[in-house]
Design a protein around this ligand. Structure first.
Ligand code: DO4
Ligand code: MG
Length: 285
């Protein structure tokens, strides 16, 4: 198993690296500048394993800032892939209830565009709640990373920040409820070399901290996703092309109680299996 990160030291140019315990092997020194050439060739694990054995420069993790572990990949998202998500959304909106019910059962999944790569927050970056929304939640989701040939390359943790009142008012407002400034976070690392059945064993946990106290905790497991990764990837790539590859958030299985809404300054801590902990602070945008 390999953990790929994107990191920055001071004001230096961001680099990709391999995370090993508390240090990062700097792949910039080996000429690895972009993900697509590495992933599209289909030998990423072999190449990265060989590089990890070379004597490349190492940097202490504590001396770096981790960024979202992508560069030029669009981020898309699947919705209503867990029973919990379907039920919560049917409750939040009489108007749209049958749409959620139908899409949960239908062969074609719900897929929507989430973020341009440059707009994604990394670990420690901000996640946004809209100034014109009253009911805001994080959505802790496993993220799949595909290459340009629709091959599943790796996994990371993601946050599909959402405005439930805007989505609940009218499903046609979904793009506004889902895609706004700082609405997406990914990281901390991209896990390569794990199979779907292994990743389905991973737990997903979220803790929301307010003034240092947990105000919400929830958990589920990747195994609760109704659809296979293959099925989601197949639909994402239909009549589409992603020359740089693409990231797909796989939907949320954790929804806080209806009385809960995020506030500025909250810390959202998402932990997904071997992908690790993605923590972000909430800001109003
Ligand atoms: O249908 C709206 C979005 C669903 C979603 O983002 C989720 O289930 O995670
Ligand atoms: Mg979601």
């Amino acid at each position: 198993m390999i953990k790929l990160v994107r990191f920055q030291q001071g004001r230096c140019h961001p680099q990709f690296g391999l995370l090993e315990n508390d240090s990062i092997i700097d792949l910039g020194a080996a000429g690895v500048e972009r993900l697509a050439p590495l992933f599209n060739g289909g030998r990423a694990i072999e190449i990265l394993s060989a590089l990890s054995k070379q004597s490349l420069p190492r940097v202490a993790l504590s001396e770096t800032r981790l960024l979202a572990p992508i560069d030029q990949q669009e981020v898309w998202a699947a919705g209503v892939t867990y029973l919990r998500s379907k039920k919560a959304r049917m409750e939040e909106s009489d108007f749209s209830a049958s749409a959620y019910d139908r899409v949960y059962e239908a062969p074609r999944p719900e897929l929507f565009f989430k973020s341009l790569p440059a707009k994604v927050s990394g670990p420690g970056g901000p996640v946004g709640i809209r100034a014109d929304a009253k009911w805001n939640v994080p959505e802790p989701e496993l993220a799949l990373v595909f290459n340009a040939k629709a091959q599943l390359i790796g996994f990371t943790a993601g946050n599909d920040m959402s405005s439930r009142d805007i989505e609940g008012e009218n499903l046609l407002y979904l793009p506004q409820a889902k895609t706004y400034r700082h609405s997406c976070a990914l990281g901390p690392c991209l896990v390569l070399g794990r199979s779907e059945s292994e990743v389905r064993e991973w737990p997903i946990r979220v803790t929301i901290l307010r003034a240092g106290q947990a105000v919400f905790e929830g958990s589920t497991s990747v195994g609760q996703i109704k659809r296979t990764f293959l099925e989601l990837g197949d639909y994402l790539f239909r009549s589409q092309e992603f020359p740089q590859g693409a990231v797909l958030l796989t939907g949320t299985g954790i929804v806080p109680p209806d009385a809960f809404t995020l506030a500025a300054g909250d810390k959202v801590r998402i932990e997904i299996g071997e992908a690790g902990v993605l923590e972000n602070e909430v800001v109003v945008v």
